[in-house]
Design a protein around this ligand. Structure first.
Ligand code: SAH
Length: 272
């Protein structure tokens, strides 16, 4: 067992007893000090890093992070939790829905070119959050997120597996990703009904310079009927786009590697 010198909530007086978890905000608070320490180690915060935490909740991760960073920006939708967090002198609290937050503005306000983004995300909106950040990837240094394990499995999935799909192609285009930690339901209060895991996402510097809308539509069409031969779905779509390049449509969507989807997205005419 790890010997944690300081209690993660020390100095904040944020006790579970005084906050009733709100289901609609996906509130499952981390309570396992071993897991908290392992996540902080995976993030490896350094003094002065420009970091943003999504959904700090009762500050289980927030406190050990800010002790190492010196300062931290947090985005919390729950008005009561945001109110409590404001009493912490080292935190800048943005009380808002993360899906409405402009990360470019946060970077600018901090005088940073790139942000490190972390969080134990509300699972009900985790995919929209991932796509919201994909739109602003140019201001992101790296991301560490606690998510439903099943979602991370889809993010990092390889071709020819059941988990391989739209999320795998869209995110593998833009990020190098790895699953860094498995987290069981009992690590949270209240425990979620699903297994969780922590993913590390680092924006790729060599990402193909393609139109995200083209890629998005292309993989949506391809995976709309994942069991069917692509000729019936993507084939017709490509024809409508007057595509006359080389692409084998006698396959299923899940048999096509990410690189081939990217090459295809680069070679069909842009939609804008
Ligand atoms: N990080 C904490 C809490 C995780 S639970 C911990 O690990 O213990 C998810 C947190 O996200 C809650 O604090 C919840 O209030 C917050 N949240 C839910 N929806 C949100 C949204 N749309 N924008 C910002 N925060 C949100």
């Amino acid at each position: 067992m790890l010997n944690c010198a300081s209690h993660p909530n020390e100095g904040l007086e944020l006790k579970h007893g005084t906050h009733i978890p709100r289901k609609r905000f996906g509130q499952h608070f981390l309570t396992d000090t071993f897991v908290i320490e392992a996540i902080v180690q995976a993030i490896s915060p350094k003094a002065g890093d420009a970091m943003v935490e999504i959904g700090p909740g009762l500050a289980a991760l927030t406190q050990p992070l800010v002790e190492r960073l010196g300062a931290l920006t947090v985005i919390e939708l729950d008005r009561d939790l945001a109110q409590r967090l404001r009493s912490h002198g080292q935190l800048k609290v943005i009380e808002s829905d993360v899906l409405k937050v402009d990360f470019r503005q946060i970077a600018q306000a901090q005088g940073a070119t790139k942000l490190r983004v972390v969080g134990n995300l509300p699972y009900n909106i985790s995919t929209p959050i991932l796509f919201h950040l994909l739109d602003q990837v140019e201001v992101v240094e790296d991301q560490h997120f606690m998510l439903q394990k099943e979602v991370i499995d889809r993010m990092v999935a390889r071709p020819c597996t059941a988990a391989y799909g739209r999320l795998s192609v869209m995110l593998q285009w833009r990020y190098a990703m790895e699953n860094v930690l498995f987290v069981p339901p009992e690590s949270f209060t209240p425990p979620p009904r699903v297994d969780s895991a922590v993913v590390r996402m680092v924006p790729r510097s060599d990402a193909a310079p393609l139109d995200v809308n083209v890629l998005s539509e292309l993989v949506q069409v391809a995976f709309s009927q994942r069991r069917k031969i692509l000729r019936h779905t993507l084939g017709s779509w490509l024809q409508a786009k007057n595509f006359n390049g080389d692409f084998d449509v006698q396959r299923r969507a899940e048999e096509v590697p990410v690189d081939e989807y990217l090459a295809l997205a680069l070679s069909v005419p842009s939609m804008s």
